[in-house]
Design a protein around this ligand. Structure first.
Ligand code: MG
Length: 317
């Protein structure tokens, strides 16, 4: 395959840091990072709503979920969102989100009403659900770090009731919420491999303890059971937060200096350097080739020469 030659090219974009030539197949030298919305407090939880051709994202401290479209720009989708953080969709296309304020995982029904899917474990309140992913069997997997109760910035300060910051799986057939991993310091973003045999989970505990490695861990998935397969990738700047997989199996993760991309074998492919600290990202756009990046007070977009693994991020035929 013909790829751009970074050595011969003049003025190679300064926002790209290429670590492996495979990265050159995933970006385009003319494609720049552009800011599409700004003026927020801490943006998170981007999710592409292809059937409405718009992006939803959270501004956690302002307790709003925002809507952005190419034709209409940014507007308020939901105010009073109870410090909603991560967002995703289930296989029926319903929005599923994590709320710090109410310390729960909530689904927005097609008629707009909200259904709480989990708010406690073993009779005690969750810490502050952060991010989630829905597997093809409909189960909701989410992380429960303590960020939302550490201060009043993005939730309500409180002592944790849980003994650990767990990763949970909600079986919606039975309604049960099960802890599937309990040895994270602060579990954060998560994403499945294309065949769902592997789950990647970010450890962001270095945010408060520099002795915690800034890594993405990988687990084998067998139904509701996870088996630890060690470190998938180490982040060389800042911490990993939200992450997504593309249709080639590459993993794109937030980091302190931008978005880092790793091949499915763990090879570090390159970075998109972003001028604000990145919290999360998602694929989408009208043709599916846009990477949306939530970064502190702003949201950015950039063309990428790949598509998101999640089916609703890709255009339907
Ligand atoms: Mg997060």
């Amino acid at each position: 395959m013909l790829v751009w030659n970074r050595i011969d090219m003049k003025n190679f974009p300064s926002h790209l840091d290429v670590r492996d030539d495979r990265f050159l197949q995933l970006v385009h030298p003319v494609a720049r990072l552009s800011k599409i919305a700004e003026g927020f407090t801490w943006t998170e939880g981007p999710v592409w709503i292809g059937d409405h051709n718009c992006l939803l994202f959270s501004d956690i401290p302002s307790q709003r979920i925002m809507r952005w479209s190419h034709s209409e720009g940014a507007s308020i989708f939901r105010s009073g969102s109870d410090f909603n953080n991560g967002n995703s969709r289930d296989r029926q296309g319903r929005l599923v989100g994590c709320r710090h304020g109410t310390r729960d995982v909530v689904r927005t029904e097609s008629n707009g009403t909200l259904t709480v899917l989990a708010s406690s474990y073993e009779g005690k309140r969750l810490n502050s659900p952060n991010d989630l992913v829905v597997s093809s069997d409909g189960a909701v997997w989410f992380t429960d770090p303590s960020y939302g109760i550490l201060s009043n910035f993005e939730g309500y300060q409180a002592e944790p009731e849980q003994d650990a910051c767990n990763v949970f799986r909600i079986d919606l057939q039975t309604g049960t919420c099960t802890a599937v991993v309990s040895d994270f310091v602060q579990p954060n973003g998560l994403a499945f491999s294309l065949d769902e045999t592997r789950l990647f989970i970010a450890e962001s505990g270095a945010s408060h303890d520099p002795n915690v490695p800034a890594v993405i861990r990988q687990f084998d998935v067998d139904g509701a059971t996870l088996t630890d397969r060690g470190t998938f990738a180490t982040i060389d700047c800042g911490i990993p937060d939200g992450l997504r997989i593309d249709t080639m199996g590459n993993l794109w993760t937030s980091a302190g200096d931008g978005v880092h991309c790793f091949a499915s074998d763990g090879t570090f492919l390159g970075k998109i350097l972003v001028p604000e600290t990145v919290s999360n990202l998602c694929f989408g756009g009208q043709d599916g080739h846009t990477l949306f990046i939530t970064a502190t007070t702003s949201v950015f977009q950039m063309f990428v020469n790949t598509l998101g693994a999640e089916p609703w991020t890709r255009p339907t035929a």
